[in-house]
Structures are given as structure tokens and as C-alpha cells.
Write a protein that binds this ligand. Structure first.
Ligand code: FES
Length: 160
């Protein structure tokens, strides 16, 4: 990975945006990568603006690598103010925002974010119902779906 990208990722994870569960979210998507054992969950909340339903806020939680966290931080900022259709039109290489292009071995990290966004915005199961407390935590989902290598598990909480 080139030095400037490495520095951008370091900067992004030093002050990640929109990390943690989003209260009152309308949609939620969770995806995992079976190859590397990373998981990422993304929450989306909509609002009405000038007669359009646009994304008001988005947040994420990740048991992911630093690149996935950095991309999720960028992507959750990028999609604000966009309609679901506009957000879905963004490809993984656009969701990286200021990070720019990722090296080939890190592209799947951005695809993880893209997958969580697509899941949140398109899957019927992604609607957060009246009892969000019944949604399994990302940790529970992780334990069911993946066995990450020891020492790579990371729990991120939202900081305001
Ligand atoms: Fe697998 Fe980044 S999400 S290494």
C-alpha cells in the first residue's frame, strides 16, 4: 500500500465518523466476508427534504480491518443527503471518498461497505422494526457466521 493511502487510512480511523449503532434507524444491513472473517453493519435513517426521501444519517459498526473502517467512515458521510437510488448507484471505488483508489488486495474491504449499504437499502429484512432490541448484535451475528482470527476482533462504539 502506498504511503499516502496508508496515512489517509490512519487519519480516517484516528477520527472515524458515524461509528456505532444509529438510534431510530430505518434500515440496517449486515454483511460478512468469509475469506477474511470481517463483518460490517450499516444503519441508515431517512428524512424528507424538498419532497425527496433522502438519507439523513448513516452509521456503522465493524469487526473489520482498518481499511474497511476507514471506507465505512467515508461512505457514511458521502451518502448523506442522497436518495436510496443515488446511494445505490455509488460503486465501491466511489464509496472510498477521499481515500481514493485502493490497492487490489484491499478492494474487498470497500466491497464489504458497498455490500452492507446495498443490503440496508434493498433487502426486505433490513427494515428496522418496532422492536430493534430484538435484532441480534453484530457480535452474535459474527459468532454465528464467522470465526475471525484471534486478536483481530474489534468492537467499535459510537462516540459523539
Ligand atoms: Fe477483509 Fe479488509 S475487509 S481485510
Amino acid at each position: 500500500m502506498d504511503e499516502s493511502l496508508e496515512q489517509k487510512i490512519k487519519d480516517a480511523i484516528a477520527n472515524p465518523k458515524n461509528m456505532g449503532e444509529l438510534a431510530d434507524a430505518d434500515r440496517m444491513g449486515t454483511v460478512g466476508n468469509s475469506d477474511c472473517g470481517e463483518m460490517l453493519r450499516l444503519w441508515v435513517k431517512f428524512k424528507e427534504e424538498h419532497g425527496r426521501k433522502v438519507i439523513d444519517q448513516a452509521s456503522f459498526q465493524s469487526f473489520g480491518c482498518e481499511t474497511a473502517i476507514a471506507v465505512a467512515s467515508m461512505a457514511t458521510e458521502l451518502i448523506r443527503g442522497k436518495t436510496a437510488e443515488e446511494a445505490l448507484a455509488l460503486r465501491h471505488d466511489e464509496l472510498t471518498g477521499d481515500l481514493g483508489a485502493l490497492p487490489p488486495m484491499k478492494i474487498h474491504c470497500a466491497q464489504l461497505v458497498e455490500g452492507a449499504l446495498k443490503s440496508a437499502l434493498t433487502s426486505d429484512e433490513s427494515k428496522v422494526g418496532a422492536e430493534p432490541e430484538n435484532i441480534p448484535s453484530l457480535m452474535d451475528s459474527l459468532n454465528k457466521n464467522a470465526q475471525p482470527a484471534q486478536g483481530r476482533l474489534r468492537m467499535l462504539k459510537k462516540e459523539n
